[in-house]
Design a protein around this ligand. Structure first.
Ligand code: UD1
Ligand code: MG
Length: 447
């Protein structure tokens, strides 16, 4: 429960819809925005708003949706809607489970931009039933909210609305808060005698108002209520979410020369005084400490980067990479499960996987850790201050001692002691005058 919420509420989260317009084998609510499924955004917003429990409504076949929801921490109960007979019927699937909550907030699984503050505002509203209104530029097919003075008296779905009602600009944002008493009294009264033959949740407003119950309105920005029904809608929601994330990092002191080309994740952590150059893509699980610069066209996922480091341009740091303070990772370097010590340098064209590099290690251009034998992954350890000559292959498992030197072009399959020089390069043979002789003998032949 958040400190601002006096009574905890139960969140009824509707996710049983088919999402056919996504044209995807993946259920709609599992499609991602900023690296997290839409359902994850909805659940996080509900919890942040103070929901004591989430009552998740899914259809019988949505095992994957339930498994994803269970993978997140926090109280969650599954409610199954056998057939998709409308949003009112979906809430009915959670009717019994909802009995232990005095106040309920109904929300949708496909509105990833819904903010916790908006849900908390609804939950805190003193009316028996409060709805979320918004005024979109184009009211299109949204349900219209009919007001009498300050209070909503009815919501009419677009398909059931006459021309005058369709002119109303105030639309139903979908989410709704209501008391246990209102839910128990009005939900059983819903009928499906409407244009779509569905049980409409918003009909609760008319039932409550006619019965003299108090109704209220909370206004949201159109962005907050945006529902994703198609791939185009998903792309639009992604754009809006990215704008939010970029804005919050700019405000927190992160530099970006071209924010519009930087992509962040829902869980990205960046300290002040980090600079992100254009075209940086940050996938989930990334933390970057102050003073570090991420140069253009760099791709990061599941990595922890220390202070005053330099990454890229064109670097790809994969999960399990930990970069120490002041380290430098340059162009066309790929790392995976690599611990890179303080001040270490991997400046050009390398693959460093399943590796531990001590402080101030220098990795020459074209160095490859050969970590995979087709079955197993093996570890390479490089001691502090070691110098790996360019174009070396480190055939794991292998350890290079502290302060050791590897001559360029070496293929190392045996441990190297501290401070040793090891070279596996073939000896140079010199044949004086060979080139001239070769040209001379060939020039006599017909071409
Ligand atoms: C709904 C509202 C409309 C509002 C709009 C805002 C109704 C009848 N209409 O319309 O007034 O302007 O949202 O976006 O509520 N779902 C189920 N089971 C069902 C049907 C739907 O779980 O049987 C879930 C869907 O997965 C989705 C949510 O309910 O998460 C909303 O359903 P959707 O069909 O998108 O409603 P809209 O037509 O958008
Ligand atoms: Mg919808």
């Amino acid at each position: 429960m958040s400190p601002s919420s006096p009574t905890p509420f139960g969140a009824i989260l509707l996710a049983a819809g088919k999402g056919t317009r996504m044209r995807s084998a993946l259920p709609k609510v599992l499609h991602e925005i900023a690296g997290r499924p839409m359902l994850g955004h909805a659940i996080a917003a509900a919890r942040q708003a103070g929901a004591a429990e989430i009552l998740l409504v899914t259809s019988p076949e949505q095992d994957d949706v339930r498994a994803y929801a269970d993978s997140l921490k926090g109280a969650l109960t599954h409610c199954i809607q056998q057939e998709q007979l409308g949003t009112g019927d979906a809430v009915a699937a959670a009717f019994d489970a909802a009995k232990k909550h005095q106040r309920l907030v109904v929300m949708f699984g496909d509105t990833p931009l819904m903010r916790a503050e908006v849900l908390a505002g609804l939950a805190l509203h003193t009316a028996e039933l409060a709805v979320l209104g918004f005024e979109p530029e184009d009211p299109a097919a949204y349900g219209r909210i009919v007001m009498q003075g300050e209070t909503p008296t009815q919501i009419i779905e677009f398909k059931d609305a006459d021309a005058a009602t369709r002119k109303i600009g105030l639309c139903n944002g979908g989410a709704m808060a209501l008391s246990q008493a209102a839910l128990a009294k009005y939900l059983p009264q819903l009928k499906n005698d409407n244009a779509q033959g569905e049980y409409y949740l918003p009909d609760l407003v008319g039932l409550a108002a006619q019965d003299g119950a108090t109704t209220g309105l909370v206004m949201a920005k159109p962005e907050d209520t945006m529902g994703v029904d198609s791939r185009a809608g998903q792309a639009k929601a992604e754009g809006l979410m990215q704008r939010r994330l970029r804005q919050s990092f700019l405000e927190a002191g992160v530099g970006m020369q071209d924010p519009d080309s930087v992509f962040l994740s829902y869980d990205t952590q960046i300290d002040a005084d980090v600079v992100l150059e254009p075209h940086v893509k940050i996938n989930p699980g990334v933390r970057i400490a102050s003073g570090t610069i991420i140069k253009a066209f760099t791709h990061l996922e599941g990595v922890d980067i220390g202070k005053d480091a330099q990454i890229g341009p064109y670097a790809r740091l994969r999960p399990g990479t930990q970069v120490g303070d002041e380290a430098k990772i340059g162009n066309f370097v790929e790392t995976k499960k690599a611990i890179v010590g303080k001040g270490a340098k991997i400046s050009h064209l390398s693959y460093i996987g399943d590796a531990e590099l001590g402080h101030e290690v220098n990795i020459g251009a074209g160095t490859i850790t050969c970590n995979y034998d087709g079955y197993n992954k093996h570890v390479t350890k490089i001691g502090a201050g070691a110098f790996i000559g360019s174009n070396s292959s480190l055939i794991a498992p292998v350890q290079i001692g502290k302060g050791a030197y590897l001559g360029s072009g070496s293929a190392i399959s045996k441990d190297v002691p501290d401070d040793a020089l090891v070279v596996t390069r073939a000896r140079v043979r010199e044949i004086a005058g060979w080139g001239a002789k070769f040209r001379n003998s060939n020039s006599k032949k017909d071409k």
